[in-house]
Write a protein that binds this ligand. Sequence first.
Ligand SMILES: Nc1ncnc2c1ncn2[C@@H]1O[C@H](COP(=O)(O)OP(=O)(O)OP(=O)(O)O)[C@@H](O)[C@H]1O
Ligand SMILES: [Mg+2]
Length: 195
Amino acid sequence: MVKVIVLSGVPGVGKSTIAEKLARKLGAEVVHLSKLVVDNKLYVDYDEVRETYIVDEEKVREKVKELIIECEKEYMVIEGHYGELVPKEYVDFFFVLRLNPLILYERLKKRKWPERKVKENVAAEILAVPTINAISVLGEDKVCEINVTGKEIDDVVNEIFNYIKEGVCPTKQFIDWTILLKYELLEKFLKTLHF
Ligand SMILES: Nc1ncnc2c1ncn2[C@@H]1O[C@H](COP(=O)(O)OP(=O)(O)OP(=O)(O)O)[C@@H](O)[C@H]1O
Ligand SMILES: [Mg+2]
């Protein structure tokens, strides 16, 4: 049975880049969830305000399950910011890439996105949304955060590769950016949210 590695994280943290390189190093099949959703029309609607597809979660789970069962490679790397949709019984490793919100903000600002969308995604990083979503499905033990801040792409790839080969995740320490950020910065990003 294929070993499934999921890479999750908010937009811009490096999921696609790392997934491609990791897959090459492992000889793995790679699945880009956002491409899979668009190519197979696995969405229910398009959110004009957020400029993003609203995915049909059940259809995504079904399609991913199909690909895993059909996969003939030893490894499959699946990346996307809703990695928790990979059916949990097939997940061997679940990595959430975490990036310092200030660096993420600079990276996302280079995209032609509305400022609001940039800030919402930075807020999601501050609040660890991908980690929380993953833990709520898989539990804490299978979820492993990788801090990519200040690391070269190849170093991140090697770090994840080594964890996979050793069969263990790094020490269980979840990242909390709030203690690093000043109040004004937290407010700048979090006030985009409606509580
Ligand atoms: N460790 C890194 N150091 C410097 N730049 C990086 C690093 N990882 C990725 N990048 C760069 O950041 C940009 C975003 O990376 P990438 O497209 O892989 O992110 P993503 O998480 O897949 O985003 P999205 O969810 O929007 O698809 C790219 O230009 C990539 O080259
Ligand atoms: Mg990507």
